[in-house]
Write a protein that binds this ligand. Structure first.
Ligand code: CP3
Length: 354
């Protein structure tokens, strides 16, 4: 049997395991009644993130319920722009909203260089507290948004369907966009480094909006900054072999270039066929994903069948971390999440026989 605390980390390095490890993006969240109760006690989402004990508690909640193979830091990708002074708030029903937006050279130049241990001390403290509370049961994932994804929120002032202003900046003011991305690159690299120093054992970069770019723009404005971040991290003491996952939502057509940026694993959304993706990336990277979270709204039998289909699509051998293709949604019945996780545990050993 694979040591449970090693299953996820071994799979990211494409080493043999006894079964496919599984975790869920947004596994701590509103579909859990205990999460909603904790958030009500905290008052709002950012207060939940900023209180070390609360952040630790909600990180552990899904692990108490399910046999998950990894924990993920409870925080958000928008902590960096908030720390840079943009004034983040979460408006009920609207998602994140920034008090200040980025549109000019003066705006970009005014963004401060972050000292992570001071400006984002609450995140570093949460990582340290969670790692200690986990007691080596399962590994802890740290994370950040990609520079492009963070830039879209900073330019649009919140969520956006088409990222029109961000894309306009690419084509109307490419140097300004590169300056903004360069500032974010530095902050993201330092942020991820401090998470590792505080105890994160793997890192995931969420490139949630890379998929809204053209092929050429994706390579220059989303992938290249992530590649530079990974290179910067790899050059730091102790980080050479740290497992790094890159998740570009909607990135299925870019797997070949993504496999070359120094990441250990690529996250896939549900629009990509896992078996075809494996054939494309070969032995260069592990793959993470990729069940449509909407499947969790179906029957237990349908969930189990879809888990079986995805396992068969990947086929035998190591290098697969089971996950959803995007975050679990608030409407999901927690018992359906259990069926998902238990199905991976029951059905996957057949794909890992020596
Ligand atoms: O995965 C986890 O359990 C760890 C925690 C985590 C959260 N956000 C908590 C959260 C992680 C890894 C994120 C990442 C994140 N945040 C992303 C990248 C992943 C993705 O979904 O593409 C993005 C784009 C954000 C920005 C963000 N945060 C939005 C757009 C929203 C509002 C929309 C929504 O889902 O409510 C958030 C809020 C947020 N972040 C919640 C949680 C649990 C819900 C807040 C609440 O309790 O009301």
């Amino acid at each position: 049997m694979t040591e449970p605390s090693q299953r996820f980390l071994r799979a990211l390095k494409r080493l043999p395991v006894d079964r496919t490890p599984v975790w869920m993006m947004r596994q701590a969240g509103r579909y859990l009644p205990e999460y909603r109760a904790q958030r009500a006690q905290a008052g709002d989402f950012m207060s939940l993130c900023k209180n070390t004990d609360f952040a630790t508690e909600v990180t552990l909640q899904p692990l108490r319920r399910y046999s998950l193979d990894a924990a993920i830091l409870f925080s958000d990708i928008l902590t960096i722009p908030d720390a840079m002074g943009l004034g983040l708030s979460f408006v009920a029903g609207e998602g994140p909203v920034f008090a200040h937006k980025i549109s000019s050279l003066a705006d970009v130049q005014a963004l401060p260089k972050l000292d992570i241990t001071v400006d984002l001390d609450y995140v570093v403290n949460a990582v340290r507290s969670i790692r200690s509370a986990l007691n080596e049961q399962v590994p802890l994932i740290g994370f950040s948004g990609s520079p492009w994804t963070l830039a879209t929120y900073m330019i649009e002032g919140g969520s956006s369907k088409d990222h029109a202003q961000s894309k306009a900046m690419i084509y109307a003011q490419p140097e300004l966009m590169q300056q903004l991305l360069a500032k974010l690159e530095e902050a993201v690299a330092d942020y991820l480094h401090q998470q590792v120093l505080a105890g994160a054992q793997a890192l995931q970069i969420f490139d949630s909006w890379g998929g809204s770019l053209s092929h050429a723009a994706y390579l220059d404005y989303s992938l290249a900054p992530m590649q530079r971040i990974i290179a910067s991290l790899r050059a730091r003491p102790g980080l050479q072999d740290l497992p790094i996952i890159v998740f570009t939502k909607g990135g299925g057509q870019w797997l070949a270039p993504m496999a070359e940026i120094g990441a250990d694993a690529l996250g896939l959304d549900w629009t990509t066929d896992l078996g075809q993706a494996r054939a494309q990336v070969g032995d260069r990277v592990a793959l993470q994903g990729n069940m449509d979270p909407a499947v969790l709204l179906g029957s237990p039998a349908a969930i189990r069948a879809e888990v079986g289909r995805i396992l068969a699509s990947y086929g035998s051998g190591p290098g697969h971390v089971f996950n959803l293709g995007h975050g679990i949604t608030p409407q999901v019945d927690p018992e359906h999440a259990r069926v998902f996780i238990d199905s991976v545990i029951e059905l996957s050993p057949a794909y890992h026989q020596a």
